[in-house]
Design a protein around this ligand. Structure first.
Ligand code: MG
Length: 379
């Protein structure tokens, strides 16, 4: 079927107001009770495995790799398609197989109204304990669908100001000095670099980069320091080198030591591995200055937005991060970016086979577009 955009937006407005409407063509003819559900009125979820090829070997404190498995999802409803994605770096424990098994269980046809988001996502969450990325792939596709039905991007639906988007950092993985220098040169466009630390070459990494650039840096230790006194010395040293913040300095299990460090640290500390979903935000309060929200850890945009607002209510700082993922999940995460202190949304820029185009980085800054939904401009 083809859409008349004006009818479409009217319908969506009514649906947002709580009126269940199965199809836009029925706008004037039926009361809520008399809606006849046609073939077009059911949400249908489909998914496709895909493998991202990384431009560089990606090394962090605990692993190296050259590919990332993702699952690309779609929810179709009444002629509209919402797009989603699960990115599954190996250390998170999800695979093409586990995502396919999970998504096969999801039956969205039982929900008549896509705007019933809270119930739909509660149902999706209830299907398994884990599978956070697979759950996010449904959440993102549903948000994309609903944004398209309303005719607005999510940053607007949430009321966020697109003029407040931050610069994104660009990640420099642990590597030999000549490779590090090369990567820093390639990252010329970016205003902030994120440096992976946590091995025995930390000072060498920073000194190598400082020979090439004076840009502000953020560092991600990925739980690599295990001694709090050493961590505090490092943080002071890093501050002198122009570092802005430190992500997950010590193992997530060492909450008290991380709290000790945060209390004394001249730089803000951010929890990443220690943060999954809402309960961990509460646990991180007092132990870190801020949290790193990632859609693939927290089951998607809906919970991410709740975490963002909870953390801010607690007086904590927020950053939004990502996995290596396509422009689909990156664009979805970017919708929240006007509300964060730091953004690390470079995951799509690290891959060579992105099937989508969406929210872009322009002169280092996340630049939201007004495409309805999650901001995909080419699918
Ligand atoms: Mg991190």
């Amino acid at each position: 079927m083809t859409y008349k955009r004006r009818d479409f937006m009217k319908t969506a407005g009514l649906a947002a107001a709580g009126v269940s409407i199965a199809g836009s063509q029925r706008l004037n003819a039926f009361s809520n009770k008399n809606i006849i559900k046609g073939n077009n009125s059911k949400m249908e979820l489909t998914f496709k495995p895909y493998t991202l090829q990384l431009k560089h070997v990606f090394t962090i404190a605990t692993s190296s790799r050259t590919t990332t498995p993702v699952m690309l999802t779609r929810i179709q409803y009444d002629g509209i398609t919402g797009y989603g994605e699960a990115s599954m770096p190996p250390y998170l424990g999800e695979t093409h197989e586990t995502a396919a098994a999970f998504l096969s269980k999801v039956d969205l046809s039982q929900f008549a109204d896509p705007f019933d988001i809270e119930n739909i996502l509660e149902y999706v969450d209830s299907l398994a304990e884990k599978n956070a990325a697979a759950k996010a792939s449904v959440d993102i596709a549903l948000h994309d669908l609903i944004g398209k039905m309303i005719g607005q991007p999510w940053y607007k639906i949430w009321g966020y100001d697109k003029n407040k988007t931050p610069n994104t950092s660009f990640t420099i993985g642990i590597d030999k000095p000549d490779v590090v220098r090369q990567k820093v040169k390639e990252a010329d466009e970016f205003k902030v670099l994120k440096v992976k630390l946590g091995r025995d070459t930390d000072k060498e990494m920073i000194e190598t980069i400082r020979l090439v650039t004076n840009k502000p840096l953020v560092v991600d230790v990925n739980q690599g320091w295990t001694d709090k006194e050493f961590a505090l010395d490092m943080v002071y040293w890093l501050k002198e080198k122009g570092i802005l913040m430190v992500e997950q300095p010590m193992p997530k299990e060492m909450r008290d030591e991380n709290a000790w460090l945060t209390e004394r640290s001249p730089l803000p500390t951010f929890a990443d591995e220690a943060i999954q979903r809402i309960p961990e935000v509460v646990a991180a309060y007092g132990a870190y200055s801020g949290i790193n929200i990632k859609l693939m850890k927290c089951t998607g945009m809906r919970e991410a937005n709740k975490m963002l607002n909870l953390a801010r209510s607690l007086g904590m700082k927020v950053m939004i991060g990502c996995m290596t993922e396509t422009s689909c999940a990156i664009s979805a995460a970017a919708q929240l970016s006007p509300m964060v202190e730091f953004a690390d949304l470079d995951g799509n820029l690290l891959i060579g086979n992105d099937p989508y185009e969406g929210v872009r980085v322009i002169e280092g800054r996340i630049t939201l577009n007004d495409t309805p939904g999650i901001g995909l401009t080419k699918v």
